[in-house]
Design a protein around this ligand. Structure first.
Ligand SMILES: *[C@@H]1O[C@H](CO)[C@@H](O)[C@H](O)[C@H]1NC(C)=O
Ligand SMILES: *[C@@H]1O[C@H](CO)[C@@H](O)[C@H](O)[C@H]1NC(C)=O
Ligand SMILES: *[C@@H]1O[C@H](CO)[C@@H](O)[C@H](O)[C@H]1NC(C)=O
Ligand SMILES: *[C@@H]1O[C@H](CO)[C@@H](O)[C@H](O)[C@H]1NC(C)=O
Ligand SMILES: *[C@@H]1O[C@H](CO)[C@@H](O)[C@H](O)[C@H]1NC(C)=O
Length: 331
């Protein structure tokens, strides 16, 4: 268990010893910390419930070469998330803030079976990476920014492991995709309800979005249809647009909603939003126009490049696999 110990020594002195670390944080910085802490609480609970439910034999039956391997990796990840949540919570309190607390997390749709759990965990970690990247656009205190960086790199390690546990390409792109807090909540919000201390203003969730007509792998060339409480089926599709964001590009690819097709050469995470106009969205959340967003994003993976490491871990999925969006579709 060297990794959690190493992490504690790296991260903890920076932020747990924050009692003297009163930096007169701006309310925006404090909000980012509260939001990050909420996500870490969610992740920590998610893995705790999963490990209580699934045994070595369940992972073996799901096609892992070793049932102990995913349990060991998920345990490492779970411990990191719990450490992050504690450290962020302590920092929030030390700086006069109030931790978002008392939330109920409902993961029943994501823990139906090992495949769904591992596919959802992959999305959860991608969203975690995106959330910290989005946070860098908001945080003004350089020390807080650096702490966020020390966590973001670890979330990205988790995400790579989850790629391998899904039998997929471990490092699909040279660039990741930032997500704003409103976007993160559109994805994670379906798991969360009833917090005693709520999400700080002015963060409001975008309307959730789900892919409705693809149950198997999503591949380049797959045309998608969607559902969202914000999409009125009586609105003619040609008034709305889907915006597909992939890693490594600086703008989205816009398409009419009823012709929303995954571009050729896509590999790795895909972020899809629905907008009310056809202007491409900047991928940078600093430059991105938000006023046209109608719903989303939803996040899924396109696995078009096979990976020897992924195949070693999960031979049955080594060629092509994908998870259709997240399962956080309950809201
Ligand atoms: C959890 O969510 C599922 C739908 O995914 C729902 O059927 C169930 O009632 C929820 N459980 C609780 C305790 O709210
Ligand atoms: C999903 O729905 C769209 C729009 O109705 C359709 O064009 C597409 O063929 C469907 N995709 C699949 C994989 O069924
Ligand atoms: C959908 O649009 C129709 C026609 O404009 C309207 O009557 C209806 O109330 C709308 N429904 C929702 C849920 O917005
Ligand atoms: C994206 O990059 C291209 C050059 O590759 C540049 O012309 C364009 O202005 C950039 N757009 C944004 C929104 O950064
Ligand atoms: C993966 O590809 C190999 C070689 O093309 C093939 O033999 C194997 O059956 C494929 N596995 C799956 C699960 O599709």
């Amino acid at each position: 268990m060297h990794f959690p110990i190493t992490l504690v020594t790296l991260v903890a002195p920076l932020i747990v010893s924050a009692a003297p670390w009163k930096r007169a944080l701006s309310s925006a910085d404090l909000q980012v910390l509260k939001f990050a802490d909420l996500l870490e609480q969610l992740e920590s609970r998610f893995y705790t419930e999963a490990l209580a439910k699934f045994q070595t034999s369940d992972f073996q039956e799901a096609g892992f070469t070793s049932g102990d391997l995913p349990i060991q990796q998920i345990t490492l990840i779970m411990n990191d998330e719990a450490t992050h949540a504690t450290a962020l919570g302590d920092t929030i309190v030390a700086n006069g803030g109030q931790v978002i607390s008392g939330c109920k997390f409902n993961f029943s749709s994501a823990l139906t079976d090992v495949n769904t759990f591992i596919a959802t965990a992959r999305v959860v970690e991608q969203v975690g990476v995106g959330a910290y990247l989005g946070g860098t656009a908001i945080i003004s205190d350089r020390a807080v920014l650096q702490v966020a960086g020390t966590i973001a790199t670890v979330e990205s390690r988790h995400q790579t492991i989850l790629n391998a546990l899904n039998g997929a390409n471990t490092i699909p792109n040279a660039f990741d995709i930032p997500l704003s807090p409103s976007q993160v909540l559109a994805i994670a919000g379906g798991f969360i309800s009833g917090c005693d201390v709520g999400i700080p203003e002015p963060v409001t969730a975008n309307a959730p979005l789900t892919v409705t007509n693809v149950t198997g792998p999503i591949q380049p060339g797959t045309t998608l249809s969607f559902q969202s409480p914000a999409i009125n089926s009586s609105i003619h599709d040609n008034t709305l647009f889907c915006q597909i964001i992939v890693g490594g590009q600086n703008v989205s690819t816009p398409m009419p909603l009823d012709q929303c097709t995954v571009p050729q050469n896509t590999n790795g995470p895909v972020v899809v939003l629905i907008t009310s106009d056809s202007e491409p969205l900047a991928v940078s959340t600093v430059d991105q126009v938000t006023g046209t967003t109608v719903a989303g994003p939803t996040v899924f993976f396109v696995d078009s490049v096979s990976d020897l490491l992924g195949k070693e871990v999960r031979p049955s999925m080594g060629n092509s696999s994908a998870s259709a969006g997240t399962s956080a579709s309950t809201s």
